[in-house]
Design a protein around this ligand. Structure first.
Ligand SMILES: [Zn+2]
Length: 467
């Protein structure tokens, strides 16, 4: 049994048209005006239907530290983040629920969670996130965040002789953990996908990258990593490899059409060519890049070079929210200051396509989701065009992308299942979620990070900042 959304506005090539959309099981089965009602009738009048967006890069458990880390660059920000990382699987569960809810209520139907693991409780961490995403019903790509070098290795040495502690888990133990995770949790038909997601060149050995390539190819899984988020990482790549990080990842076989790379701020033209040639996807996280002072990713260059791009919120400790529409807005208009040729600027319609189809493409899902075409899976979002923030009536997509939509999401379906109805998430007890987040946290100011104190002098010297 299915349902039919009647008299709903959808975008066409040039404008909009009013149609009926039939959904049966998990698929869109017909899109045309005046269709017969199949199953339940849903009133689509004065509403806009769009394909669901992809929150293509986040770290759900950072929700526990949103709003608290002072203005710092990534290398010092992350030191503080790790000093106060949540240590209970119950927290992982709650912040995954919270991330899913905020993603859904800002137009997302898929979330990519680059999941920070609790040391010693890695399997429990993954199980807690999987439980949350299954309960909510959002489509989830979970990439347990793995590394095999300790956090201080992420800062270039600048020629100094710096000793690093060995990482708490061996490369092989990490790869074994991932093999188990794939076997236990990877269930694409049920909306749970495991990805191979080394954190990035700054904290991972070649052996770890190669192990991830091998495992992801064996099981046809997506690959994900951070790439050249900061200037320090660009320096580090030169120190570590004697060539660019992108060139090195290409040699390791990590790039490709199942690979998405978060940030990509510090790439040069030759690097961009490699991403285009390997069909890799760039995930743009504009708010995080601004918050951490990482730089402005050259998104217009990527588009001109034919590189697929997507939008992400990044973790809530560097954003400090999970509002996908906000990331899409900033991620579109930010580039108007980097390129004088306004004909290259990202239009609201292009932004929607990047957020939906671009996101799907980066997850090897373009055949399945990302548009409203008949035959695709019904991952769709209905926006209420009578919401105050979408009035008065001008261009619905223009209002949605360039405005500040508040409570604009009316309904969301993932895989044909309704998850949001009348602006509320139907699968989550919101009062219980809020109580859980409240009970596991406390108001606090001026906390001191020992790791930050340990790393700051070296960072300032390498980056040529006054001590
Ligand atoms: Zn990240």
């Amino acid at each position: 049994m299915g349902f039919t959304i009647q008299n709903v506005l959808i975008p066409t090539e040039q404008g909009y048209e009013t149609v009926d959309v039939q959904i049966e099981g998990d698929r869109i089965t017909a899109v045309a005006p005046g269709l017969e009602v199949n199953g339940t009738a849903i009133d689509g009048r004065n509403k806009l239907l769009l394909p669901g967006f992809v929150n293509a890069h986040t770290h759900s458990s950072e929700m526990w530290q949103r709003g608290i880390i002072p203005p710092r660059p990534l290398e010092l920000w992350i030191a503080e983040l790790y000093d106060f990382t949540p240590l209970e699987p119950e927290q992982i569960y709650l912040s995954a629920l919270g991330t899913a809810v905020e993603t859904l209520l800002s137009g997302g139907t898929t979330v990519v969670d680059h999941l920070v693991l609790i040391p010693g409780q890695e399997e429990e961490t993954i199980a807690a996130a999987v439980r949350a995403y299954r309960e909510v019903g959002i489509r989830a790509f979970i990439g347990p965040l793995i590394q095999d070098e300790s956090i201080t290795s992420g800062v270039p040495s600048g020629g100094a002789d710096v000793e690093h502690e060995p990482y708490l888990r061996s490369t092989q133990a990490t790869l074994d953990l991932m093999q188990n995770t794939v076997e236990t949790f990877h269930r694409p038909d049920e909306g749970i996908n495991i990805m191979l997601a080394p954190t990035g060149i700054q904290l991972c050995s070649d052996a770890l990258f190669q192990g991830c390539v091998e495992l992801s190819d064996r099981h046809t899984l997506c690959r994900h990593a951070h790439l050249l988020e900061t200037k320090a990482q660009k320096l580090l790549a030169q120190e570590k490899y004697g060539c660019s990080a992108v060139e090195h990842l290409k040699q390791l076989g990590f790039l490709g059409r199942r690979t998405s790379l978060a940030h990509c701020v510090w790439l040069d033209d030759a690097d961009i060519e490699i991403l285009a040639e390997t069909r890799s996807t760039v995930v743009h996280n504009p708010l995080s890049n601004l918050r951490l002072g990482s730089g402005i990713a050259p998104m217009l260059k990527y588009r001109q070079a034919g590189v697929n791009i997507a939008f992400g919120c990044d973790g809530a400790a560097s954003n400090d929210s999970q509002d996908l529409l906000e990331a899409i807005k900033i991620g579109s208009i930010l580039h108007n200051i980097t390129d004088l040729d306004y004909r290259q600027w990202i239009t609201p319609r292009q932004a929607v396509e990047i957020a939906a189809l671009g996101g799907a493409t980066g997850l090897n899902q373009a055949e399945q989701v990302g548009t409203l075409d008949v035959g695709k899976k019904a991952d769709v979002v209905l926006y209420d065009l009578t919401s105050l923030s979408l009035l008065p009536r001008t261009d619905p997509i223009g209002l949605l992308v360039l405005g500040r939509p508040v409570q604009a999401v009316h309904s969301v379906w993932v895989n044909g299942q309704q998850i949001v109805a009348n602006g509320a998430v139907a699968t989550v007890d919101m009062e219980q979620l809020k109580q859980g987040l409240f009970d596991h946290s406390q108001w606090q100011v001026n906390r001191q990070s020992p790791m930050m104190a340990q790393m700051e002098a070296h960072y300032r010297s390498v980056m040529q900042l006054p001590q």
